[in-house]
Design a binder for this molecule. Structure first.
Ligand SMILES: Nc1ncnc2c1ncn2[C@@H]1O[C@H](COP(=O)(O)OP(=O)(O)OP(=O)(O)O)[C@@H](O)[C@H]1O
Length: 262
């Protein structure tokens, strides 16, 4: 955990969300301390994005409360920024203008600085269309960070990237988080990514928090490290609902994600 004077305190109580008859979230209780980095995992469709959208103020809860510091979330919070799997850049605006969206003219230097921080200062005056997927996500990250948010919401932002670019982006996000100390909520399908980056890994199952595991390793965390790999493996087993005995059978007989890292 990164002690922080910058990030917000996030608190979620008795949160329910239904779409028609479908109850997606059924009593979420969750807290992130200022400057904490939490990762939310869970099977496809369990409600991760819905939860993030509600924290962002883009979707209203059916019932329950979300607090950012002492303000209840009813609409988009001025201190929060969200980043999605697709970069969502405006194709008719230059890279720097995409980063500067929402900033006043006098704050344009902040967009330039954010673009430098993600390593794309030299590409400021190009069109988004000439950038690679990873570069577009860097621009999207710069746009999210240019206004110095106190809460960064990441909805599977690295999901579409190749493995190497993904690792580079993870390192970039971790180093910017360490410098700027914003509170971070990361949605990811990748348990390894959650364990490498987050202070806590939180599993949503059947609409509730089924696991909230503090990651006990110092940073930067090494993927090859046996203890890290075993920790990832245990979470994977928990996500897949596989018992110890079943996992031995799976590990022996099949190439399986349970063997990841071994
Ligand atoms: N606007 C909506 N209207 C109706 N149903 C919705 C709406 N948004 C989400 N849902 C439903 O809520 C459930 C949770 O969706 P959500 O996108 O939050 O899941 P997720 O865990 O993020 O999934 P994935 O990992 O596949 O992205 C799904 O069954 C989805 O169909």
């Amino acid at each position: 955990m990164n002690p922080s004077t910058h990030g917000v305190h996030l608190r979620i109580t008795k949160l329910h969300k239904s779409f028609g008859d479908q109850q997606v979230l059924q009593g979420i209780e969750l807290e992130a301390r200022p400057g904490e980095f939490i990762a939310i995992i869970g099977r496809s469709g369990c409600g991760k994005s819905t939860l993030l959208r509600m924290i962002a103020g883009l979707e209203a809860p059916t019932s329950g409360d979300i607090w950012i510091n002492d303000l209840q979330v009813h609409h988009i919070h001025s201190e929060a920024r969200i980043m999605f799997q697709d970069a969502r850049l405006l194709p008719w605006s230059k890279v720097i203008d995409n980063v500067a969206i929402g900033l006043g003219k006098e704050d344009r230097y902040k967009a330039e600085a954010a673009l430098e921080q993600v390593g794309l200062g030299a590409r400021a005056n190009e069109w988004p269309s000439v950038l690679s997927g990873g570069q577009k996500q860097r621009v999207s990250l710069a746009r999210a960070l240019a206004s110095h948010p106190k809460l960064l919401l990441l909805d599977e932002p690295l999901g579409a990237l190749d493995a190497l670019t993904r690792i580079e982006m993870q390192q970039l996000i971790e180093s910017l988080w360490q410098q700027q100390q914003f509170t971070t909520v990361l949605i990811t399908h990748d348990v390894e990514e959650a364990v490498i980056l987050a202070d806590r890994v939180i599993l949503i199952e059947e609409g509730r928090i089924a696991m909230d595991a503090a990651v006990p390793f110092s940073r930067p965390r090494q993927r090859g490290n046996a203890e890290v790999a075993a920790f990832i493996d245990n979470i994977l087993k928990r996500v897949m609902g596989i018992t110890e005995m079943e996992s031995r059978v799976v590990s022996k007989d099949l190439p399986s994600p349970l063997k990841k890292g071994s």
